[in-house]
Design a protein around this ligand. Structure first.
Ligand code: FEO
Length: 404
């Protein structure tokens, strides 16, 4: 076994033994510009316990980190908090190598692991709130079903006050630093927001319920040890508060305009809408889809309350980049949005109607009928676009003040 990698002590009896993926740039369509980590943790209790594993190609890195403190064969228990392959990919190899006495997962986790590996290993199903003794320490488990998979659960180590939260509170960020306070706030909170917007957002009601439950349990927490990115040590309250805020999605005066263009007509309409909205007090973010990744649009939408979508008609349909982003956003289930469609066309003009249907499907409240420009927008059409921007800003103001 190579000895390149070392474990990192994060608490008296807990070590980070994960892997750093500096190269990852795409995670299921999410642009991971800063790579990621797959975090696994080793608890040096009487029963030595591994919490989660890593993506299969990173097995040797994890084993090397484990071996830097203890022979992997001494692992007695393994806990699978989440069966997605970035955390359980090398679980079969770990079981083969360490032959642990017991492997634990939630009831849905047991099923998911069987469905992934089609194996005959016995995995012990753990119930919500159940505890397991590690001899001199204990583990307590909390189901977090659909946060973000049916199998997901958190594991708590009371003796060290560590909450192992799998994907929850995580981020895709490769770094040589292991703790939040070793990373600049600008990068840390941008990547945390990006992760929430792209992975957690559809499950916001479950985030709210989970946070309420944790609040009632009043668990003392020194560390939140996530499965991706840095371990929360200093910013625990801040990231918990941000999760509560992102899950609520309070009204804001922010308007996101996404568009693509063929001969600059839809771009001119975009500019007029943006000018109108900004002049009436909205915070405006314009995102040309020729240069904006879908996952960056998602992060801008996290604190926005309006979505305006511009598409030219091409071959009786919508522009491919617009279709891509709208399909992606629809899956993320953003809530409480107002919006409108606009775009240019040559002869048939289907795009704006298709976009309107997509917005309606996303339960976006349409504030105005779609604006269409034949070939090139006239001054009159641009004035309509400017008015649309103003109208959106006024509606956002009303929402922020609670008058609608
Ligand atoms: Fe990081 Fe849902 O896997």
């Amino acid at each position: 076994m190579n000895n390149t990698f070392s474990a990192v002590k994060i608490a008296d009896h807990v070590y980070w033994v994960g892997a750093i993926d500096w190269t990852l740039r795409d995670f299921h369509g999410y642009l991971t510009s800063r790579g990621t980590t797959y975090n696994a943790y080793l608890i040096l209790a009487d029963k030595i316990t591994l919490i989660d594993t890593v993506k299969a190609p990173y097995k040797d890195e994890m084993l090397s980190r484990i071996a830097s403190i203890v022979e992997p064969q001494r692992i007695t228990y393994v806990v699978s908090n989440h069966s997605e392959m970035d955390h359980s990919g090398c679980l079969p190899d770990m079981i083969e190598l360490a032959k642990p006495e017991k492997v634990f997962a939630s009831a849905m986790g047991v099923k998911a692991l069987h469905d992934h590996f089609h194996w005959d290993h016995e995995i012990i199903s753990i119930k919500d709130g159940e505890s397991v003794s590690l001899g001199n320490m204990n583990l307590r488990f909390f189901e977090t079903k659909m946060l973000h998979w049916p199998d997901s659960m958190f594991t708590y180590l009371p003796e060290e006050q560590v909450l192992f939260s799998q994907d929850g509170f995580g981020m895709h960020l490769a770094s040589s630093e292991r703790f939040d306070d070793e990373i600049s706030d600008e990068i840390l909170y941008f990547e945390a927001a990006k992760y929430y917007a792209n992975i957690i957002l559809p499950f916001s009601p479950i985030v709210t319920r989970t946070l309420d439950k944790l609040l009632k349990l009043n668990l003392p927490i020194n560390l939140i040890a996530t499965d991706h990115g840095p371990i929360w040590r200093k910013g625990i309250q801040k990231i918990v508060d941000l999760y509560a805020k992102w899950a609520r999605h309070d009204p804001s005066n922010k308007c996101v305009i996404i568009y693509d263009t063929m001969w600059q007509s839809t771009r001119k309409m975009t500019q007029a809408i943006a000018e109108g909205a900004a002049a009436a007090g909205a915070k405006v973010k314009v995102m040309p889809l020729s240069a904006s990744h879908r996952s960056d649009v998602a992060v801008e939408m996290l604190d926005a309350s309006a979505l305006l979508v511009g598409s030219p008609t091409i071959n009786t349909g919508i522009f491919p980049t617009v279709a891509d982003v709208m399909t992606y956003l629809d899956g993320l289930k953003p809530s409480n949005l107002i919006g409108a469609a606009f775009g240019s066309y040559g002869w048939s003009g289907e795009a704006v109607r298709i976009v309107e249907d997509m917005l309606a499907e996303m339960r976006v409240e349409l504030v105005e009928k779609a604006i269409s420009a034949k070939y090139v927008p006239t001054d009159g059409i641009l004035a309509q676009c400017h008015s649309l921007g103003r109208l959106v800003a006024e509606k956002l103001k009303q929402r922020c003040s609670g008058t609608t």
